[in-house]
Design a protein around this ligand. Structure first.
Ligand SMILES: [Ca+2]
Length: 222
C-alpha cells in the first residue's frame, strides 16, 4: 500500500508530464449487450442496429437495416492481422420465392469468404494469416422488392483475437514497471483494466476516452 499512496500523492501535472500511450494486444469480444461500440462502420442506406428480439445468448444482437425494397445493409470493421475472427450469425430469409433473392455474406477486403444460409444461429470463423490491415464486412442484400421491409441478417458474439487496441488511457512511465499484463478485456466502450501495482491489486473499469491518465484510475482501486 505504501507504493499506492506514493503514486496517488503525485500531482496530476507530474503524472501527465511523464505519461506514455501504451498499446495493448488482446482478444476482443463483442456481444452488443451495451451498445454497438466504436470501430463498427455502417454502410448502405439503412444501417445495422441493436435488436432485442434476437440474440445468441444474452439479450441483444446486431441486425441489418430494414430494406424497404431492394438494396444492401453492411457493417464493417478494420482488423490488423494476423488474427482469428469468430462470430455467430443467422439469416431470416423472406418467405416464398422472394426468400431466394436475399444474400448474407462475410467478406474480407470485399472478397466474399463465407455465406450464411441458416435461419438458426451458427458459428463461423476466419483466419487472417499475415500482418496486413484488412476490412471485414457483413453484407445483407435483398434483390427482390416483395415482401417489402422483410428479410434480415444478424450477428452476435464476435471475437477478434488478438486485436491491437490503443485505448484512450495514458499510463505514467513511472508506473509501467509495476503494471502486470494490464488490459485484459475490451467490451464495446468499456475498457476493463487489471492493474497489479506491486502489492496493490485491483480491477478498474473506465469508459474509453473518459480517462486521460492513470491517476484517476488509481483512485478507484479498492
Ligand atoms: Ca448478444
Amino acid at each position: 500500500m505504501k507504493l499506492f499512496h506514493h503514486l496517488t500523492s503525485l500531482s496530476t501535472a507530474t503524472l501527465i508530464a511523464c505519461c506514455l500511450f501504451v498499446p495493448f494486444i488482446f482478444a476482443s469480444a463483442y456481444d452488443f449487450e451495451s451498445g454497438i461500440g466504436p470501430g463498427w462502420i455502417p454502410g448502405g442506406r439503412v444501417h445495422w442496429h441493436l435488436d432485442d428480439m434476437e440474440s445468441h445468448g444474452d439479450a441483444y444482437s446486431l441486425r441489418s437495416g430494414e430494406i424497404d425494397c431492394t438494396g444492401m445493409s453492411s457493417l464493417s470493421r478494420e482488423v490488423q492481422g494476423p488474427a482469428e475472427i469468430r462470430f455467430w450469425w443467422k439469416k431470416d430469409p423472406v418467405s416464398g420465392s422472394a426468400g431466394r433473392a436475399t444474400e448474407f455474406t462475410f467478406s474480407v477486403d470485399e472478397n466474399v469468404q463465407r455465406v450464411c444460409s441458416s435461419s438458426e444461429w451458427v458459428k463461423e470463423s476466419y483466419s487472417i494469416l499475415d500482418n496486413g490491415t484488412y476490412w471485414i464486412e457483413w453484407d445483407f442484400r435483398k434483390m427482390n422488392c416483395y415482401p417489402r421491409l422483410q428479410g434480415a441478417g444478424w450477428i452476435d458474439d464476435v471475437e477478434i483475437s488478438p486485436e491491437l487496441v490503443v485505448p484512450e488511457v495514458v499510463v505514467p512511465s513511472e508506473i509501467l514497471p509495476y503494471i502486470n499484463e494490464s488490459i485484459e478485456y475490451l467490451n464495446l466502450s468499456l475498457v476493463e483494466l487489471s492493474v497489479n501495482i506491486s502489492k496493490v491489486e485491483g480491477n478498474v473499469s473506465v469508459l474509453e476516452g473518459d480517462v486521460k491518465n492513470i491517476s484517476s484510475m488509481l483512485g478507484k482501486i479498492p
